[in-house]
Design a protein around this ligand. Sequence first.
Ligand code: FES
Length: 164
Amino acid sequence: MSIDLAKVDAIVAKKGKGPQMAIPVLQLVQEEFRYIPLEAIERIAETTEMTESQLYGVATFYAQFRLTPVGEKIVKVCHGTACHVGGAEGITEAMESRLGVKNGENTPDMRYTLSSVACVGCCSLAPVVMVENKTFGKLDRKKAAEIIDTLEKKSEDRGASSHE
Ligand code: FES
């Protein structure tokens, strides 16, 4: 997948070329592309004082950075202790069959990424799913699949209203 390198250049122009800027530059690259493409790392290395290995090292060291593309929405199924006890496995299975992907994968249209995460901090609502900043709690398999139905309906409605 090729990316618009002009966007990478603009980020470097804004943040600076010194090695101390690796984190802020990579943060903006991820904001722009939703992950850190290898082409972006190569371009930054070509045009700044940072090397590919420094950039790659930072990108793999910090959990906030992603080196593979993700969907528009990340469906995070909590697998912390309370959610695990509350049936997180079943919630992941329900999401897998609703989205047609395995845990950790993106849907082919890149609308969703299914991901297991550690405790998201609302154990009293276990089992829990988070999508963007919204928390859905006390789920069962059926309710979990309905989250996606609701998100799909919302985006259809938005599509319909934008064509009015
Ligand atoms: S274990 Fe899932 S919210 Fe804490």
